[in-house]
Design a binder for this molecule. Structure first.
Ligand code: CA
Length: 232
């Protein structure tokens, strides 16, 4: 651990791997790096642990007894859980890589890998993750963990989908988010489906977070394209 960071709480990493030797090797290496490491050997145990929260990163094997790594990752993202995931996989095929990343994994390493490489990847993901649990904006606070938006003294509850939507737009705040991307990633619909779902949800969300929903400051429509996060 960097000395300058010695006073910070240690990043908490969960290792999910059914091969005992590999699990122990990875656990020991991360422990040696100064992380607080926990390890489990199957998918169902992993999901139980993940649902308790308080993790900064998950090293997740693809092939596991119980639920497999891909379905765990997909379930997390669908539930709006953005804890970073580093996927371990024995499959090197392009299709598998793509589908692995589409499930929302942040990175992956293909077995066999060196433990030193894995440690580097973990550090890199933790450096760039920094996904906020709370957005402090001009006149608006969004608590993504408690699912609450606050404007002045007014506090409103957000639905799970609204939290996912806000986080999605915010994470892509440097550009325009096409409607097709929202449908695919937030609603899990095929991008060619014609739907008013997005507009209805956006309208409701604007009522909750915008000072003037008719002239939105945060969720801005881009004609014919999609939306962008305003005030960026
Ligand atoms: Ca395995």
């Amino acid at each position: 651990m960097d000395r300058a960071e010695a006073g910070k709480p240690r990043a908490r990493v969960l290792v999910v791997e059914d091969e005992p030797a590999l699990r122990e090797g990875v656990t020991d290496a991360l422990d040696h790096e100064g992380y607080a490491v926990e390890a489990v050997a199957d998918g169902d145990e992993a999901l139980k642990r993940i649902r308790r929260g308080d993790l900064d990163l998950i090293v997740l094997d693809w092939m596991l007894p119980g639920r497999d790594g891909l379905s765990i990752c997909k379930a997390l993202r669908k539930a709006g859980n953005h804890v970073p995931v580093l996927m371990l996989t024995a499959r090197g095929g392009e299709a598998d890589r793509v589908s692995g990343l589409k499930t929302g994994a942040d990175d992956y390493v293909v077995k066999p890998f060196s433990v030193a490489e894995l440690v580097q990847r973990v550090a890199a993901i933790l450096r760039r993750s920094g996904a906020p649990e709370r957005l402090e904006l001009d006149g608006l606070t969004v608590d993504l963990t408690r699912r609450i938006a606050r404007r002045g003294k007014e506090e409103v509850e957000l639905t799970d989908r609204e939290v996912v939507l806000i986080r999605y737009l915010w994470e892509r705040r440097s550009g325009i988010v096409p409607r097709a991307d929202l449908l695919r990633d937030v609603w899990d619909y095929p991008p060619d489906v014609e739907t008013r779902t997005i507009d209805i949800h956006i309208a409701k969300l604007r009522q909750k977070i915008e000072e003037d929903p008719a002239a939105p400051k945060w969720i801005v429509s881009v004609r014919g394209t999609g939306y962008r996060w305003g005030g960026a």
